[in-house]
Design a protein around this ligand. Structure first.
Ligand SMILES: Cc1ncc(COP(=O)(O)O)c(C=O)c1O
Length: 371
């Protein structure tokens, strides 16, 4: 039987995620599926926990992966930490900060938002002022804002939040595996990411890590975590229990993919992987500027893995993206919210972050723009 799946294009994924997958990751996805309570599968889970701790640069015992995408990780961090009535400050400068605010309000937190313009980083002094003016139980923010390409200074904000006794929750969906992040040193209590960006897997998993003080808050909640699937107290009985207790049918083949992707990062070296992202980013910016294009974000605050470039006057956003996809089999991202039609989002994440991919993209874009 002929299937649609036999004729899928092989697309160079240079959008905001998913990123292109290494053949070495695809290879393990076809390995034999083990049961979720199989002793050998438990060894895979143990290996995953170890590798996640290394790549996430944490010693937190509660470091696992949620079966679900980055949004499930966001929900897991919020639903476990928030108890109804908790005051929460969301620091936002883009689309994903706004999503965090929406989710926290649904969970019964009393949410205040400190907003900064899209395209600029969060201002540490303004955060300090806000934290001095009011007491918060939880403070949440995004490290790498995928909607704008801005890197936020969480390494400066974490210690401020800790000094106030609040819990610091960080979205590392785009940053993990692409730029430095140190939850233990920077005072992060809960952090979530995803499999499909700088880690280089298909989407479907969301690594999370909780500090011991966050786990203490969760274990001592007055009310049960309102979501069974994402309840860390139950998940830890499956990931760490002795004996392990069934919680859900873990997606074995996706775990293999993440396992291999984390092995690849460790083989290359975490710092070397960051450097590769930075090198590809610099090479891309140089090429774009040579073509007369300009970046949205000021150089010191740019993310290497998510590059936002202004669409030149008179150029039709959708037509260019459509041609890139149909004639060159390259995907890039559109602008979100107020930046729709004004910028393109060019991802250099995981296996995509290589000069040869930048060359392919720049050549294609130059041909389209010339016309
Ligand atoms: C910063 C950030 N947070 C959260 C998400 C949501 O992740 P997902 O689409 O994997 O559910 C994304 C997705 O791109 C993101 O970039």
């Amino acid at each position: 039987m002929k299937s649609l799946l036999d004729s899928l294009d092989s697309v160079l994924l240079m959008g905001p995620g998913p990123s292109t997958i290494s053949p070495k990751v695809y290879e393990v996805m076809g390995k034999t599926t083990l049961g979720h309570m199989d002793p050998q599968f438990f060894s895979v889970m143990d290996g995953l926990k170890d590798s996640l701790r290394k790549v996430m640069q944490t010693h937190n015992e509660a470091t696992i992966t949620i079966s679900g995408t980055g949004t499930a990780g966001m929900e897991a961090c919020l639903v476990n930490l928030i108890e109804p009535g908790d005051s929460m400050l969301v620091i936002a400068n883009g689309y994903f900060g706004a999503r965090m605010q929406e989710m926290a309000s649904r969970l019964g937190a009393v949410v205040s938002t400190l907003e900064f313009p899209w395209g600029s980083p969060v201002d540490v002094e303004a955060v300090k002022k806000e934290l001095n003016s009011k007491s918060y139980r939880i403070v949440g923010m995004v490290h790498a804002e995928t909607s704008t390409g801005v890197r936020n200074p969480i390494e400066q904000i974490g210690p401020l939040v800790r000094s106030m006794g609040a819990f610091f929750l960080v979205d590392a969906v785009t940053s993990l595996g692409g730029i430095e992040i140190k939850p233990d040193e920077w005072g992060i209590d809960a952090m979530y990411s995803c499999s499909q960006k700088c880690l280089g897997c298909p989407s479907g998993l969301s690594p999370v890590t909780f500090s011991s003080r966050a786990m203490e808050k969760i274990v001592n909640r007055k009310t049960k975590v309102p979501n069974f699937y994402l309840d860390m107290t139950l998940l830890m009985k499956y990931w760490n229990g002795s004996p392990r207790v069934y919680h859900h049918t873990a997606p074995a083949n996706m775990y293999y993919a993440l396992y291999r992707a984390l092995e690849l990062i460790q083989e290359e070296g975490v710092q070397a992987v960051y450097q590769r992202h930075l090198d590809a980013h610099r090479y891309l910016v140089e090429g774009l500027e040579k073509m007369g294009l300009s970046m949205l974000v000021e150089a010191p605050h740019r993310l290497p893995m998510l590059n936002t470039v202004k669409i030149p006057e008179g150029v039709e956003d959708a037509a260019v993206r459509k041609e890139l996809r149909s004639s060159y089999k390259i995907e890039i991202g559109a602008g979100l919210g107020s930046l729709a039609g004004k910028i393109w989002r060019i991802g250099l994440m995981g296996h995509t972050a290589r000069r040869e991919n930048v060359d392919i993209f720049l050549k294609a874009l130059a041909r389209i723009l010339r016309r």
